[in-house]
Design a protein around this ligand. Structure first.
Ligand code: UDP
Length: 403
């Protein structure tokens, strides 16, 4: 198990001392996080690093997963899409199943001594209705809330208004019409987790061999769930254009999250679209859930793409920057916090296929440029998006709601 002191060599002494200072008033407190999946996606990634470290500094923070059946997750994925601006056919049936799943979970999940409850994203949001509220509740929303479907937003506000604080990832996601205190806390990565820790060359080679990935030409990678918001089909279009000028290989790596039932459908679409390229071995699709593999792929790539249409934050961008990889990404949502155009990567309009391809080619051809972007990217992450900073903000929030 990692100790917070292990991070000294990366962040220095000051953040470690600050974390202990901020934790002091919280000794003996019990905190509970609830989200809807233990793997695949940014929320699980953050919780799996942060919760053990919070325990390590003396606070009892617990993490539970909302149980839902496939119908429930089909509905909540539709909610997720509609909150990001997609369409929804909003029926009484959907509302009913959404509420029923939360009510049932509350019947066998005791809150016990927990002094703060933190609910992540919309799936477990209505839980607050099914408990006698004896402590502060925080809703931590990780998605882009700039243009939610009005009807759905109005329905969800029935629950959101009961919360003490809403936490969002970006200033832009703040809602003026939401009369609940809103705090901005961007996500962060754990530089010592298997996904981000430095790897010996032999490990990288072993994994590449195991997944039949040759290094005979530059690798371009997008690491993302097979989700329409991540636009994997658009990445194939970019790759086809890149191939007209340089020989390269594309890897799309997307594990299947248990709370995202659309993954297989999108995967099949991508597979059909890249059919011939897959046959030739120029496009590789991976669906394994494997943190070291993600680490290896990011390190072995010449360019990382993140061609999302909407992105609450986009942890994959920070993960790549930390590994000094140049990133070409869409200028949307949380990505704009991470990439300064021309300095830590390149930002383009999500539908600008031609320029996505141009920038990828430019990086592949210009090694100096790739090194420069990589170096700046790592520095930017070191200052802004490492787990120690997130832990400090988390402790500030707990101190605030418990004071
Ligand atoms: N991820 C992974 N394996 C995959 C695809 C994604 O481990 O095949 C991880 C990725 O490394 C990142 C998280 O899932 O840590 C995705 O977070 P992000 O914020 O980029 O997107 P989200 O899935 O939450 O929308």
């Amino acid at each position: 198990m990692l100790h917070i002191e292990s991070y000294r060599r990366i962040v220095g002494d000051y953040p470690i001392a600050e974390i202990y200072k901020k934790a002091r008033k919280l000794y003996g407190k019990n905190i509970l996080d609830i989200n809807s999946t233990y793997m695949g996606g940014g929320v699980a990634e953050i919780l799996s690093s942060m919760v053990p470290l919070i325990n390590n500094v003396g606070i009892d923070e617990d993490w539970r997963i909302l149980h839902g059946n496939p119908d429930f997750f089909t509905i909540t994925k539709k909610f997720h899409n509609a909150l990001q601006g997609g369409k929804i056919h909003f029926t009484e049936m959907k509302k009913k199943l959404y509420l029923k799943t939360n009510e049932e979970f509350s019947a066998y999940t005791r809150l016990g001594q927990n002094q703060v409850v933190i609910i992540h994203d919309p799936q477990p949001l209505p839980l607050i209705t099914f408990y006698k509220k004896r402590q502060p509740w925080i809703w931590r929303c990780h998605i882009d809330l700039t243009s939610p479907n009005k009807k759905l937003w109005d329905f969800l506000k029935n629950f959101i208004l009961q919360y003490d604080i809403v936490v969002i990832s970006l200033e832009n996601y703040r809602h003026k019409d939401l009369y609940v205190d809103q705090r901005v806390i961007p996500p962060a990565i754990d530089p010592l987790s298997p996904k981000n820790v430095e790897l010996p060359r032999v490990t990288i080679e072993k994994y590449l061999k195991k997944f039949h990935i040759l290094l005979d030409k530059p690798i371009i990678t997008q690491i993302s769930r097979f989700d329409k918001w991540k636009d994997p089909e658009g990445v194939i279009d970019v790759f086809k254009k890149v191939k007209e000028e340089v020989d390269a290989r594309l890897i799309l790596c997307g594990s299947m999250a248990t709370d995202d039932p659309e993954g297989y459908k999108i995967y099949e679409r991508v597979k059909r679209k890249a059919d011939k390229l897959i046959e030739k071995g120029d496009v590789i699709l991976i669906t394994s859930e494997n943190n070291i593999l993600v680490n290896v792929l990011q390190r072995a790539s010449s360019v990382i793409i993140q061609k999302s249409i909407k992105e609450g934050f986009g942890l994959t961008v920070t993960e790549a920057l930390w590994k000094e990889r140049p990133v070409v990404a869409s200028n949307i949502g949380g990505i704009t916090l991470q990439i300064k155009d021309g300095e830590t990567g390149f930002l383009l309009k999500p539908d600008d296929t031609d320029n996505f391809a141009k920038k990828v080619i430019e990086i592949i051809k210009d090694k100096e440029l790739a090194i420069e972007l990589g170096r700046n990217g790592k520095e930017h992450v070191r200052k802004n998006f490492l787990i120690t900073r997130l832990i400090m903000q988390h402790l500030d929030l707990l101190n605030e709601v418990l004071s």
